[in-house]
Design a protein around this ligand. Structure first.
Ligand code: ZN
Length: 250
């Protein structure tokens, strides 16, 4: 890890907050601004936090911006299809080259998540405002640094249930139980190229999930975990090569 601050971009499609009064009441400046404030409070000088939205040119994710992003957070729901394929290509390449990516809640259906994982990424769901208990099943993982309880709870959430159509994760950090009985792999990591991915389930727009101190702490930890390290990635090229050692014929 270097001494220079981690450069974070929080991306939000920013639609529900502009057309649903109930969501605007919880996130008057948009989910991205609430996420950004939480990260600034917790990470201080360790990170520089910027935001980007769907409505900006190139969705705020130009090549220049991605070059200056170490970790990208992604919140989308209503407008996955409106994200341009060229931007998806660009984000994918950035991840392969080492950029960290945190995909939040309904971002499971985003083009970028499905592209990187290669499966349908769908799940079962219900909006009943039920209780969610997120069991910590990898207590030594840096993403749960500072959590001393065996689980954390959210009083009102949208339910996501298994089967969650993802490839087997590299690590599972949280398994959720819902009051209605379902379970879900709520915190999963993957690696693609040199990039680290973390999927984190909580975050439905009609509940104040991103104001929750525990959720903010998980995301701040995840930013630190996902930050790139080491040399940049070079994709393997198909090539005929000479051996590094002399081959002797027998
Ligand atoms: Zn939702």
């Amino acid at each position: 890890m270097t001494d220079s601050p981690i450069r974070v971009t929080v991306w939000n499609e920013f639609i529900h907050e502009q057309n649903q009064a109930a969501v605007a009441a919880i996130y008057p400046d948009g989910i991205h601004q609430t996420l950004a404030r939480g990260l600034r409070d917790l990470l201080g000088s360790a990170a520089v936090i910027q935001t980007a939205t769907l409505q900006e040119p190139e969705h705020g994710l130009s090549a220049e911006r991605l070059e200056r992003t170490d970790v990208l957070l992604w919140w989308g729901h209503a407008a996955h299809d409106r994200v341009g394929d060229q931007v998806v290509d660009r984000v994918q390449q950035a991840v392969l080259a080492g950029m960290g990516l945190l995909v939040l809640h309904s971002g499971h259906g985003s083009k970028i998540f499905r592209r990187l994982l290669g499966t349908g990424c769908m799940l079962r769901w219900r909006e009943a405002g039920e209780r969610e208990r997120l069991w910590i099943v990898d207590p030594g993982h840096p993403i749960v640094d500072g959590f001393h309880e065996e689980y954390l709870e959210l009083p009102q959430t949208e339910m996501y249930g298994e089967f969650f159509d993802i490839p087997p994760p590299e690590e599972v950090i949280f398994i959720s139980w819902f009051a209605g009985g379902e379970v879900f792999r709520s915190g999963c990591t993957f690696r693609r190229g040199k990039g680290k991915l973390f999927y984190f389930r909580p975050g439905h727009e009609t509940f104040p999930i991103y104001h929750d101190a525990q959720v903010q702490r998980v995301l701040a930890n995840a930013v630190m975990w996902a930050a790139p390290c080491g040399a940049s990635y070079r994709p393997a090229a198909r090539q005929v090569v000479d051996p590094p050692e002399r081959l002797t014929e027998r």
